[in-house]
Design a binder for this molecule. Sequence first.
Ligand code: 2IT
Length: 453
Amino acid sequence: MTATATLSSPTKLVDEFMSDLRKKDPHELEFHQAVHEVIESLAPYLMAHPQYMKAKILERMTEPERVIQFRVPWADDRGNIHVNRGFRVEMNSAIGPYKGGLRFHPSVNLSILKFLAFEQTFKNSLTNLPMGAGKGGSDFDPKGKSDAEVMRFCQSFMTELSHHIGPYTDVPAGDIGVGGREIGFLFGQYKRLRNEFTGTLTGKGTDWGGSLIRPEATGYGAVYFVQHMLTEMGKEIKGLTFAVSGFGNVAWGVISKINELGGKVVTISGPDGYIYDPDGIKGEKVDYLLELRGTNNDIVEPYAEEFDTQFFARRKPWEQNVNIAMPCATENELNDDDAKTLIKNGCFLVAEVSNMGCTADAAELLTKEITYAPGKAVNAGGVAVSGLEMSQNSMRYNWTREEVNQRLHIIMREIHETCKIHGRNGSKINYVKGANIGGFLKVANSMMAQGLV
Ligand code: 2IT
């Protein structure tokens, strides 16, 4: 920013900051979107607390401490050679080692990973655990690949990444396209290269250092967060109808917990379209989700054949009448029109579980008209239990399911409390503002305390 001292309004601060950021990396639209949302919430606070502007905290927070990009060559089962691009964005280490997932998906590029790593800074801070922020991945597409191909890819990827990570440096985990199988292959190769058994990756199998509840944590945590949002409104989950998107690990955790608490989930979706199941996705149908994911095909349509329900090709679940919507798939999956349709049909709460699942317009409209909470607060249970996995690895000890679940409960309650403290707006809570200011303060104050680094 050029003229911090003369900035006269929050709007001007936002405009000047964003103009400088866009000039630096004009193609990184997702990164701009994530930063814009944060700066908009922070601007009035920053004007009132000029010490952060003087120390150029925002400029420093939006510049990764380090970006690593590397070649990932691998051979498929027929012996054909492929070359993918690997990345690790080490965003911020003010409050702990870099921490965040790895995403394997054809859409992965630097803009996507910078947006995710930036969001991770605030999310990890909100958990109150000592975790800095990072994100990485590759444009590798796991769809249709054999186990052997995925293993060779993971080994090649880790051969380079191993130079940059470690239990005190950077602790990756999973994200889209990286689940238990991939973490296993990545961990095996890391251990072999380093000849060390450490907790350098989280999301490990429970037989070899993983935490109980980690697979369920993002979904369970999101539903605990929704419980707190509902309590504020004098409501409860029992009897409510939910639209969920996606059908992966996160959607599965969300659906299981909603069922347990007496709610009903009527939709799931994939890149091919969505399922509408008015009886609710419960019992054996939830187990079937795991089977569907195991096929490596990334389509949801077989559910309709299996359980004789409706499938809407190339459409999104947000057109159904529900009380609550929980996007659980990927960024920008719920847009302005979807938000209008949801509101028109009586939806009163949108809890974003995917990272930046709503477009900027949608998030603004939902905040104004109904109640909306952003992914960085709602989905923080995933990385929180990764943090608990790190604690258990350091202690060389494993907590029980109940112990981990109880800690997850407490963390989600405290994140909700933080949102309330910083986002109170009359009788409502602005969760975007609450999460952004709440997440910012701890990191910003730590950066100030550690000098100009
Ligand atoms: O977006 C996320 O918070 C994750 N993909 C999980 C990160 C982690 O380190 O567990």
